[in-house]
Design a protein around this ligand. Structure first.
Ligand code: GDP
Ligand code: MG
Length: 295
């Protein structure tokens, strides 16, 4: 399946929540009642209060300049406004690059790494995975499977090992073998005494000390959590600094609007979207395509 159909299919629930309602509330005139309804539609699809406010202000501006008479005009204006909102300047990838994947348990970090490794491999890059989630044996087994599937190298330790030590060794190995891409998996929940944020800070410190090339932290978020995602962005951003978002499980939710709230509140670009459980069900994020998928 191509990019378009996959993204469209993945966003179907969000689209149903927005596009169908938009058509119902627009009866040819942009009056107060319409704007109230529009506000309701946007808020109820998890776009968030301040992003909604901005979108409505922009629609009013456009409406002043040009007559919006049909739902096609309205959709076109909305698409442009919303795509602009999601278009955030970002640095290109420069090889060698190291990307750490952080986020709470079960959001799809390990799965995302496996699938992103696959993409880099298809582009002819050499990839090393570092199994930084040493707190459950299953975590490194799961990553090992993905490394076999994508023919990536992996550095892992036994269960219970110090994640900082794995990351340290992984970086040494990547430098020695001159890998193009290093993908670091991390734990989302730790055992008893260790504090997740403190562990992540430690890992961050080791990366900053040992890796002098490009380094990004991507936060993986489960789209089905809706507004909860915002507090996760805040928490992880304060802890290690977040450079990009991976939004997973869009296929299972009508809450895809959360990306607008994140863009508006944090100005952090979305890098990838997950639209299913298959090997290829992760896509580079593209603002126009995303918006076309929901309106
Ligand atoms: N439907 C769907 N499931 C996903 C997606 N991404 C991950 N998952 C599933 O979510 C579950 C948890 O993923 P995992 O990578 O182990 O999460 P982690 O704890 O953050 O490493 C697994 O069953 C994945 O197959 C997605 O985009 N769509
Ligand atoms: Mg994991």
């Amino acid at each position: 399946m191509g990019f378009f159909s996959k993204i469209f299919q993945g966003l179907k629930k969000t689209k149903d929540a927005i596009a169908n309602k938009l058509n119902a509330i627009f009866v040819g005139e942009l009056n107060d009642e319409f704007y109230e309804d529009l506000e309701y539609v946007l808020i109820s699809s998890d776009i968030g209060a301040s992003a909604t406010e901005e979108i409505i202000e922009e629609v009013k501006k456009v409406a002043k300049k040009q007559k919006i008479k049909t739902s096609e005009d309205l959709n076109k204006a909305l698409r442009q406004i919303m795509a602009n909102m999601l278009t955030i300047d970002d640095e290109e990838i420069e090889y060698p690059t190291l990307i750490s994947f952080v986020g709470v348990n079960g959001v799809g970090k390990t799965t995302a790494i496996g699938r992103i490794a696959n993409k880099f491999k298809k582009d002819g890059k050499s990839v090393l995975m570092i199994a930084g989630d040493t707190f459950r044996a299953a975590a490194s087994d799961q990553l090992t499977e993905w490394s076999l599937r994508s023919k990536s190298r992996i550095v892992k330790y036994t269960e219970g090992a110090d994640p900082g030590a794995v990351v340290y060794d992984g970086i040494k190995s990547a430098l020695a073998k001159k890998d193009d891409v290093v993908l670091v998996d991390t734990a989302g929940r730790l055992h008893n005494k260790s504090n997740l944020m403190e562990e992540l800070k430690k890992i961050e410190k080791i990366i900053n000390r040992e890796w002098e090339y490009q380094h990004k932290n991507y936060l993986v978020i489960d789209a089905t959590t809706g507004q909860n995602a915002l507090s996760q962005v805040k928490m992880f951003n304060e802890c290690v600094g977040i450079d990009g978002i991976v939004l997973t499980k869009l296929d299972g939710t009508a809450k895809g609007g959360i990306v607008f709230a994140i863009a508006k509140e944090f100005g952090i670009p979305v890098k990838y979207v997950g639209v299913g459980e298959g090997v290829d069900d992760i896509e580079d994020f593209n603002a126009e395509e995303f918006v076309n998928g929901i309106i």
